[in-house]
Ligand binder design. Structure first.
Ligand SMILES: Cc1cc2nc3c(=O)[nH]c(=O)nc-3n(C[C@H](O)[C@H](O)[C@H](O)COP(=O)(O)O)c2cc1C
Length: 365
């Protein structure tokens, strides 16, 4: 049904308009408790075998919504009701900002992929904090992903992240320092250990000071060289972070296939971050590398090119405790998370597994 609507209607409309309308509809669902509860009862993961505990937080299922869909924390309850085991909101910056000029969001349906150069369009940390405060009390696990305000120079980055963390850490089930979006100039340079260390230490101080000590993770790019992935992993261990989210979108276009492989002059497709199916292999590779480096000392959250329950299963075996997705939601529709958790539950039952911990990292080196 959704596939029909997608091919006949949605694919002909501007992607950002569709996204805006979708979020608006989901916001309505979020503030309509009766319907929301009904949807939640039908679609949210309930099988006890799917439950997983990570950094002290209990997740109803391992599969969650990646950052970038709900940038302003407007539809957390709706996405939870639709079956996502957690919702990562953001990226949120200390100051509100409009993001890059449109068009900035492109579907590559032939590759089941998306290219975006949104540039952290969001209402800022105080507005997000207000929304999150309002939405407390519903069964939703909320991660808050923070990034640097575009106009703030690199020399002010630490204070800028600290401002967001101060406003948002008390409202988050976990906090993510995003240093891996390709759409804010210079942001990914913060992944260099010399810059990353003071940044993470400063944000950690804020996260540690909340009443429940908010778990802190860092989100990395798939385009890091392997040695740099190791360096970030070592740093995360040294500082005592709770986990790593891998990966963000890629600037690499090698995995794109025709007809959407960009020709030299196709500037639209040249800039921005690529996500979805073409990212799958590299995302899995980074996960394997991280697991080999840190074992189970950090929580690994795998994201990039996940499309179905088989993909989630593979990530769990490779050592991820949690898995996220975004791009395939566009092609699969609103029942996507429900289907993934249902598929996982069946597979667990078939294999006689009653606790996800039995399979996490089973195929890891
Ligand atoms: C339109 C769009 C916007 C995104 N915005 C953000 C963002 O603001 N912050 C972030 O950390 N990741 C962002 N991402 C990256 C996703 O969270 C995810 O890491 C990436 O898309 C890979 O997962 P996927 O292949 O399942 O989409 C965005 C992705 C897309 C497609």
């Amino acid at each position: 049904m959704y596939r029909f609507v997608f091919s006949q209607v949605l694919s002909r409309l501007d992607p950002e308009d569709v996204h805006r309308l979708t979020v608006r509809a989901l916001r309505l669902l979020s503030v309509t408790p009766v319907v929301r509860r009904l949807v939640h009862r039908r679609l949210a993961p309930r099988d006890p075998a799917l439950r997983v505990r990570a950094f002290g937080v209990h997740f109803p299922g391992p599969f969650g919504l990646a950052a970038g869909f709900d940038k302003d924390a407007g539809c957390v309850e709706a996405m939870s009701a639709l079956g996502f085991g957690h919702v990562e909101v953001g990226t949120i910056t200390a100051h509100a900002q409009p993001g890059n000029a449109r068009p900035r969001l492109f579907r590559l349906a032939g590759n089941r992929a998306i290219i975006n150069r949104m540039g952290f369009n969001n209402d800022g940390a105080s507005a997000a904090a207000r929304r999150l405060r309002r939405s407390r009390g519903v069964p939703a696990i909320v991660g808050v992903n923070i990034g640097k305000t575009k106009v703030v120079p690199e020399s002010g980055a630490v204070e800028d992240y600290v401002a967001s963390a101060t406003a948002l850490a008390p409202l988050a089930d976990y906090l993510v320092v995003n240093v891996s979006s390709p759409n804010t100039p210079g942001l990914r340079d913060l992944q260099a250990v010399e810059l990353l260390e003071p940044l993470l230490r400063a944000v950690k101080k804020v996260a540690d000071a909340t009443p429940k000590r908010t778990p802190l993770l860092v989100k990395i790019a798939p385009d890091l060289a392997d040695a740099d992935v190791d360096a970030v992993a070592d740093l995360a261990l040294e500082i005592g972070l709770d986990g790593i989210i891998a990966t963000n979108t890629t600037v690499d276009r090698e995995a794109l296939t025709a007809p959407e492989r960009p020709a030299g002059r196709d500037a639209v497709r040249e800039s921005g971050g690529l996500s979805g199916r073409p990212l799958k292999a590299r995302s899995l590779e980074v996960l394997r590398r991280l697991r080999a480096r840190v074992g189970d000392r950090l929580v690994l959250v795998s994201v990039g090119g996940v499309e179905d329950a088989d993909d989630v299963w593979e990530r769990l075996l490779a050592g991820a405790t949690l898995v996220q997705g975004y791009s395939a939601l566009v092609y699969e529709g609103p029942l996507w998370a429900y289907r993934i958790h249902r598929g996982l539950a069946r597979r667990l039952r078939r294999q006689g597994v009653s606790d996800l911990r039995e399979i996490i990292g089973r195929t890891a080196a």
